[in-house]
Design a protein around this ligand. Structure first.
Ligand SMILES: Cc1cc2nc3c(=O)[nH]c(=O)nc-3n(C[C@H](O)[C@H](O)[C@H](O)COP(=O)(O)OP(=O)(O)OC[C@H]3O[C@@H](n4cnc5c(N)ncnc54)[C@H](O)[C@@H]3O)c2cc1C
Length: 312
């Protein structure tokens, strides 16, 4: 295993450790921070609890030329077995707030808040619009970056405003309409960190919202492997088709490599049966991609994000 210490100077880690309101874990295994429970170490995992801590930490990383990436709960992520030779930035306490509604229907939420908490708060307050996100793991920041949801309804539909940090330049404020939202994509610039968003919801009946959420959760429980670690769908659905059905048609449902398996419940999910390595997942994804290409003439595109491959 490569020692990250040879990539990042010890002094840089010491500087990061001195940042107030930040928790720094050197050589932290990213398997502890991904829902697949896979991934080697990063040079440092830096949880910033305040805006000042975030700006200070990013200043050090930029000044020292250290690559960094912001992560939520790693629920859409495959990290290489060798790890990532840079820093992982996570948003802590100050970024987990859910505000009171300004006018009864608008709620401002920190990007580090768990999406499940936001969904359940909205239901309790009798606010409708986030039912589409029930059962999706991760944070609000990850959901906005990925435009989480289903094929035809997603979180971008209920975004009033997004505030992000452009490192070195300061904060940016964009209205929901200024941002293009597409299937598992948004036009939010990759180098920016989403800090918070204001969601525009509608008044609804808490019991009705809860019932709608429960129906959706039941569908999810029937169609997805809930008991084993995964990163959700590994491939995007091609236009008009379901990646899971295409993989199933190739006879790959249930196929295994090492400790990883194409779920026998949902053929676009890869599950970790306990000992899976990133290399096992990559090999299964290669088989899925080639199988569908050869059988259906369709080139699947990954939905899962990769970190640490090819040295990054
Ligand atoms: C069991 C299971 C079911 C799932 N079902 C669904 C589903 O139905 N629909 C769906 O859309 N997804 C689904 N997913 C995938 C995943 O949960 C979503 O993509 C989720 O929104 C990712 O959030 P995260 O915080 O974990 O992001 P991460 O996986 O940590 O990161 C994902 C991307 O977002 C970026 N990012 C994270 N935080 C920020 C931030 N503050 N600012 C800027 N960029 C940021 C990261 O850099 C990365 O590129 C599922 C996953 C699992 C494990």
């Amino acid at each position: 295993m490569a020692n990250r210490g040879d990539v990042i100077a010890r002094e840089a880690i010491e500087q990061l450790s001195a940042v107030a309101d930040a928790d720094v874990l050197a050589e932290e295994r990213l398997s502890h921070h991904t829902t697949l429970r896979i991934g080697g170490p990063c040079a440092a995992h830096v949880t910033c609890h305040t805006y000042t801590a975030l700006v200070d930490a990013l200043g050090i990383m930029t000044g020292e030329g250290i690559p960094w990436v912001v992560l939520g709960k790693g629920s859409n992520l495959l990290v290489a077995d060798e790890g990532f030779s840079g820093c992982v930035v996570a948003l802590g306490r100050e970024f987990s707030r859910i505000s009171d509604t300004h006018d009864g229907t608008h709620v401002t939420v920190g990007a580090g808040a768990l999406l499940s908490r936001v969904v359940s708060e909205a239901q309790k307050r009798g606010l409708s619009g986030l039912e589409r996100c029930v059962g999706i793991p991760g944070t609000l920041g990850g959901a906005l970056s990925m435009n989480a949801g289903s094929a035809n309804e997603w979180i971008g539909d209920v975004v009033h405003e997004v505030v992000s940090l452009h490192p070195g330049e300061g904060m940016r404020r964009r209205s929901g309409e200024e941002i293009s939202w597409g299937y598992r994509s948004s036009s939010l610039p990759g180098g920016e960190i989403v800090l918070e968003a204001t969601l525009k919801l509608k008044e609804g009946d808490p019991d009705g919202i809860a019932l709608n959420m429960e129906r959706r959760l039941q569908r999810r429980r029937k169609s997805q492997p809930m008991g084993l670690p995964s990163c959700g769908s590994v491939f995007r659905n091609p236009k008009g088709r379901h990646a899971a059905a295409l993989v199933e048609e190739c006879g790959l449902k249930g196929a295994a490599v090492g400790g990883a398996q194409i779920s026998d419940i949902h053929a676009n999910f890869i599950v970790n049966k306990g000992t899976a390595r990133a290399a096992d997942v990559v090999e299964l994804m290669r088989r899925m991609y080639e199988g569908v290409r050869d059988q259906a003439g369709i080139e699947l595109e990954p939905e899962v994000k990769f970190l640490g491959f090819s040295g990054r």
